[in-house]
Design a protein around this ligand. Sequence first.
Ligand code: FES
Ligand code: FES
Length: 211
Amino acid sequence: MDAANDLHLSRRGVLAAGAASAAVSAVPFAEAQAAVPAAAPSVMPVSIEVNGKRHTLQLDTRTTLLDTLREHLRLTGTKKGCDHGQCGACTVIVNGERINSCLSLAVQHQGDKVTTIEGLGTPDRLHPMQAAFIAHDGYQCGYCTPGQICSAVSVLDEIKRGVPSHVQADITTTAKPTNMEMRERMSGNICRCGAYSNIAEAMADVAGNRA
Ligand code: FES
Ligand code: FES
C-alpha cells in the first residue's frame, strides 16, 4: 500500500470514528448514565455492638469482622490463626451464635451484637468456662484459647437449645453433653498444643455444674 492510499484510509477511519462519536453523544445523558453500573462504595459506616458497647466505624467494605475487632477496636483477645476459616482461633459469638470472624465482613453485621473473649468475663470475674479452662489446664500456649472458650460456651448453649450434631444418635431428643458430643462440636477449633482432653474436661465440668 502506498503512502497516499494509506493517508486516504486513515482519513476515512477518522471520519467514521467521528460519526460514531456524534451518535453516542446524541444518547440522552440519563440513559447513558443508567447503562453504567454504579460503583460500589469502598467505605461505609458500620454500627455494631461489641461486648455491650455500640461502635460506629467508617470501614473499608472488605474489612473482616476479625480485623475490625483487632485493628479498629483494639480487642486483640480474638486471635488470627489461619485467616481462612480452618482453625477456629477467631471464634466470636454474634447474636448468640458462634462464627469464624475471619470469614465474615464487618458490613454484614450492621446492628449485630458481638461477644468476644473480653466480653465473657474479666480477670476479677471470670466466666465459668474461663475458670474451668484454668482449673483443668485447658491450654498450653494459649493462642487458640479465646476461640476455644467462645466456642465451648456456645456449644453448651447449642446442646441446651437442642441443636443436633453429627454424632447424636437420636436428633429428636436433646443431646447429652458427653465427651463425644463435646469433641464433635468443638472439632472446628484446632489446638496445636493438643489440649483437647483437658478442654473436654473443662466443658464437662461446666455442663455438670449447670445440670
Ligand atoms: S483465623 Fe479464622 S478460622 Fe482460623
Ligand atoms: S493452647 Fe496452644 S494452640 Fe491451643
